[in-house]
Design a protein around this ligand. Structure first.
Ligand code: HOZ
Length: 428
C-alpha cells in the first residue's frame, strides 16, 4: 500500500486518521506522512522519501532517531521483561539522575505522559493548599485533562478549540487564564484573588503556541505572587526539561518551583511522564498520603532504561553548547533568508527549540502568535516538505534540533529552507 492508501485506511479507523490531532496535517494541508523509520537527523516515509526531521517526535528525540546507546540499553533491559508492575532498579537510577539534575525535585513520581503528570500535580496542589482555583496562561498547554483545556495551546490553538467540548462548565469555572508575559495582569489578579488560588502553572519557555520566550520579570513575578499568597508554582517542563540545558529551564533561569512536570526527553522516545517537587508536598501522594494516583505501567523498566541512557549521554561536556551553536546558525540563517526575500518573519528561539512566525510583529503571547499568517505558514510547510524538510505541522508548535543535526545537516537544511522560502514568496 502507498501512503495515500494507508492514510485512507487510517481515516476509517482513527479520528482524523491519527492518534493525536496535530499530526493529521489539517492545519497545513496535504496527507500526513506515513513513517517507515528514523535514523539520526533523518526520517523516511513509506515511499522512501527522506526528510531532515525537525519535529523529532514533538521534542523527545534530543539525540536524534534510534540513538545506538539508547537502543542498546533499552534492548538489554527489555530482554529481562517488559513490565513488572513492581519496583525495579532502573527506576531508582533514573529517579536519582532526575532529582540530582532538577533543583526543585526533592521527590518524584513516574507516570506515563505529560498529561498525566499535569493532572496529578493539580490534584496534589489542590489537596495541599485546600483550595480549588488554578491559574494558567492563554496558549499554555499542559496536556488534555479537563480543567487544563482552557485557552489551551498546541492542538487547541491549531484547531481554534479554546475549550474542548465535553468539558463541563463546573470543571473549568475554577481555571483562570491570563495572558503570557503580562506581569501586571498577573500581579493584579493575585493582589485581588491570590488567596483563592491552589496553583499557578506555567511553561517557563512556552512551546505550545509556538515558542514564546518569557520576560525575566514575568518569571520572577510568578514566583513572588505564589509565595506571597500561599499558592504553589508548578513549572511545566515537559518540553523544556533537558531541552534547554541539563536539568531544564529552572536551572537556566534560577526558577524555584514547588512542583515540576517532566516528560518527553526523560523517556528518550518512550512514553513517560513524571511529577515531583518539595518533599513536604510529595508526601501527600498515596500511599504515603491521601492524594490518590496510580498506573499499571508507571515506572516501566523499558521506558526508564531509554530515559536513563538518554540522560547519561546528555551529561557529555559541551553537548548543550554545541546544540546551541547549531541552533543559532539555523535560526539566524532562516532570519537572513527571509529578510533577503522580504518575507515577514519573526523567529523565537531558545536553545534547540524555535518557531518562526509569519508575522511582522514580535510574538510574546497567544494574541500576537495568532496574529501570524497561518495561510503563508501552510504554503511554506508544503514547500519545505517538497524540499525534504519535515517541520511541525502547525504554526503553534515548536521546531527542534538534535545532537545529530551537525554542521553538514544544518547547512543542507538552510539550502532547502532557502528554496522553500523562495517558492513561498512567489505564492504569497
Ligand atoms: N501536544 C503535542 C505537541 N505539543 C502533540 C503531540 C502529537 O501530536 O504527537
Amino acid at each position: 500500500m502507498n501512503s495515500e492508501e494507508i492514510y485512507r485506511k487510517a481515516c476509517g479507523m482513527f479520528p482524523g486518521g491519527v492518534s493525536s490531532p496535530v499530526r493529521a496535517y489539517k492545519a497545513v494541508g496535504g496527507h500526513p506522512p506515513v513513517i517507515r523509520q528514523g535514523k539520526g537527523p533523518f526520517i523516511t516515509d513509506i515511499e522512501g522519501r527522506e526528510y531532515i526531521d525537525f519535529v523529532l517526535s514533538f521534542g523527545p528525540l534530543i539525540l536524534g532517531h534510534a540513538d545506538p546507546d539508547v537502543l542498546a540499553h533499552l534492548t538489554e533491559t527489555a530482554t529481562k521483561g517488559l513490565s513488572f508492575g513492581a519496583l525495579s532498579e532502573v527506576e531508582i537510577q533514573l529517579g536519582e539522575l532526575l532529582t540530582r539534575a532538577v533543583p526543585g525535585l526533592e521527590r518524584i513520581r513516574f507516570v506515563n505522559s505529560g498529561t498525566e503528570a499535569a493532572m496529578s500535580a493539580l490534584r496534589l496542589a489542590r489537596a495541599f493548599t485546600g483550595r480549588t482555583r488554578i491559574v494558567k496562561f492563554s496558549g499554555g498547554y499542559h496536556g488534555h485533562s479537563d480543567s487544563l483545556l482552557v485557552k489551551a495551546g498546541s492542538g487547541g490553538a491549531t484547531f481554534g478549540i479554546p475549550t474542548s467540548a465535553g468539558v463541563p462548565e463546573s470543571v473549568v469555572k475554577d481555571t483562570i487564564s491570563l495572558p503570557y508575559n503580562d506581569t501586571e495582569a498577573l500581579k493584579d489578579f493575585f493582589s485581588r484573588e491570590g488567596k483563592t488560588v491552589a496553583a499557578l502553572i506555567l511553561e517557563p519557555v512556552a512551546g505550545n503556541m509556538g515558542v514564546v520566550l518569557p520576560d525575566e520579570e514575568f518569571l520572577i513575578a510568578a514566583r513572588n505572587v505564589t509565595d506571597e499568597n500561599g499558592a504553589l508554582l508548578i513549572a511545566d517542563e515537559v518540553i523544556t526539561g533537558f531541552r534547554l540545558t541539563y536539568g531544564g529551564a529552572q536551572v537556566l533561569f534560577g526558577l524555584e518551583p514547588d512542583l515540576t512536570l517532566l516528560g518527553k526527553i526523560i523517556g528518550g522516545g518512550m512514553p513517560v511522564g513524571a511529577y515531583g517537587g518539595r518533599a513536604d508536598i510529595m508526601k501527600m501522594v498515596a500511599p504515603e498520603g491521601p492524594v490518590y494516583q496510580a498506573g499499571t505501567l508507571s515506572g516501566n523498566p523499558v521506558a526508564m532504561a531509554a530515559g536513563l541512557a538518554t540522560l547519561n549521554k546528555l551529561r557529555t561536556p559541551g553537548l548543550y553548547s554545541l546544540l546551541e551553536e547549531k541552533s543559532r546558525i539555523l535560526g539566524d540563517g532562516i532570519v537572513s533568508i527571509a529578510r533577503s526575500l522580504g518575507l515577514p518573519l519573526k523567529v523565537n528561539r531558545m536553545g534547540s527549540m524555535m518557531t518562526f512566525f509569519f508575522s511582522n510583529k514580535p510574538v510574546r503571547d497567544l494574541e500576537s502568535a495568532e496574529h501570524s499568517d497561518t495561510r503563508l505558514f501552510s504554503i511554506f510547510h508544503q514547500e519545505a516538505r517538497k524540499e525534504g524538510l519535515l517541520l511541525p505541522p502547525s504554526q503553534f508548535e515548536a521546531l527542534f534540533l538534535s545532537t545529530c543535526h551537525d554542521d553538514k545537516i544544518v547547512n543542507l537544511a538552510l539550502e532547502r529552507f532557502k528554496k522553500a522560502f523562495e517558492s513561498t514568496r512567489s505564492q504569497a
